[in-house]
Design a protein around this ligand. Structure first.
Ligand code: ATP
Length: 410
């Protein structure tokens, strides 16, 4: 089976909103074994949308649209489907009830403009929107499946997972199974990964490997296609093993894993606790660690010791040391790690101090210079980083490398 995606919205054509829905749907459809042959963007124009749906339906088994289901006048999807099917718009009582409940829950009066959303083309199937108001629509046109989904990604995502994916799965039995697995690597440049798995990157379908460089990590995505689940899993496993043979030391996780989630799992397993004292990262490390559900088991405290007075008065780093070595120095990073570990009574203490820029650098201590200290029991891991990039990039890269160091040492 094959599909096309049409994203609707003038804001997308103008580049005001980045089209993440197409990326999301392309991935999800591929996981279901549905080939996406074409994607397009149409502004809020009924005639052009009608044309786009007609020509997509002439080529593909499934047409998925996103956006334009809302209450405003530029939301044209339902109207266009009614023109396509030559069906009138009728009130759907269940959608109206959901809509009334939505407003009641928020203690708001039902807006007349919103009631428009309860009118849908006669005979189409409505899909419940559990996050917003606009229902999704499913219909058949010339034997093709047409699916209309809301524009906001937070509405589209759950609707696809809860309703559309099960609906499509029922209709694609017996066709191809496509699966993907992402291998995640840190502390290794893209070029080195590329060199190590050069032969795998040249593989042709049904099994392929793609390389993607992301902020502070590299990802290898294995895609495999086969007639059944067993064969597809075997192909993925075979490639995964080959990647492990070459790059084992750099692999920190798979698929949804993040450095913070993997590190969190290790800390939980080892029953170790952690505290962090951050200067230049401004709390980003604590934020990332606590983004993981269950982090209260191992995260004791985080302190943003931005000014020297906090380093001195709260952390107890000596004024003399700061004067002697400078606030951005290995010695101060160690002192911060030691003191926060003591204050929190944790097994691990981390201290970070550096210059995130763009100002504040000197020839001896340039922008991007970061000192970190990780103290695990009696073990001290000291690191000097020299990053390039914007303030945000330097902050992120610092936390990325520290999490990787921590993962390797606990
Ligand atoms: P609503 O009920 O909120 O009006 P809708 O189905 O009418 O939903 P649109 O009005 O087309 O959706 O878009 C609403 C918002 O959703 C847009 O302003 C944009 O922020 C986001 N959005 C729409 N399409 C996309 C897309 N393809 N990728 C990412 N975000 C999108």
């Amino acid at each position: 089976m094959n599909a096309e995606i049409i994203s609707i919205g003038t804001e997308l054509l103008l580049g005001h909103v980045i089209n993440t829905n197409t990326a999301f749907l392309s991935q999800k459809l591929a996981e279901l074994g549905i080939d996406v042959y074409n994607t397009s963007v149409v502004g809020d124009n009924r005639k052009r949308l009608l044309e786009a749906i007609r020509s997509a339906a002439a080529r593909s088994d499934i047409v998925v649209t996103t956006g334009g289901l809302g209450p405003t006048v530029d939301d044209i999807t339902s109207q266009t489907i009614s023109m396509l099917l030559r069906k009138r718009m009728v009130l759907n009582r269940r959608v109206l009830k959901d809509l009334e409940n939505y407003f009641r829950f928020r203690k708001m009066k039902v807006l007349t403009s919103s009631v428009r959303q309860a009118y849908v083309p006669e005979g189409v199937r409505c899909v419940r929107n559990k996050v917003g108001i606009a229902p999704g629509l499913i219909t058949k046109y010339n034997g093709r499946i047409i699916i209309c989904l809301p524009g906001p990604p937070r509405e589209l995502g759950p609707m696809f997972e809860n309703a559309i994916s099960p609906y499509l799965k029922k209709r694609i039995k017996g066709t191809w199974v496509i699966k993907s697995r992402t291998v995640k690597l840190a502390s290794v440049p893209e070029s080195q990964v590329n060199k190590s798995v050069k032969r795998l990157l040249k593989l042709k379908p049904p099994t392929t490997v793609g390389i993607y460089a992301k902020a502070g990590q590299v990802e290898l995505r294995i895609m495999a296609k086969a007639k059944n689940e067993k064969d597809v899993s075997a192909s993925i496993l075979k490639i995964k093993k080959k990647i492990r043979e070459k790059l084992k030391d750099f692999i920190f996780g798979y698929d949804e894993d993040t450095l913070e989630s993997v590190t969190g799992r290790l800390l939980t397993r080892r029953k170790q606790t952690i505290a962090v004292a951050e200067s230049c990262t401004g709390g980003l490390l604590a934020n990332r660690i606590t983004n993981v559900s269950g982090s209260s088991k191992y995260f004791i405290m985080g302190l943003v010791a931005y000014s020297n007075s906090v380093k001195e008065n709260i952390l107890g780093v000596s004024k003399e040391s700061i004067e002697k070595y400078g606030a951005v120095s290995q010695e101060i990073a160690i002192a911060m790690a030691e003191r926060i570990k003591l204050l929190a009574g944790s097994d691990i203490g981390i201290g970070i101090t550096g210059i995130a820029g763009p100002g504040g650098g000197t020839p001896a201590k340039p922008v991007g210079l970061v000192y970190a200290a990780i103290i695990i029991g009696r073990k001290k891991i000291l690191k000097e980083f020299r990053f390039k990039g914007t303030r945000e990039e330097i902050k992120f890269q610092t936390t990325q490398d520290i999490l990787e160091l921590l993962r390797k040492n606990i």
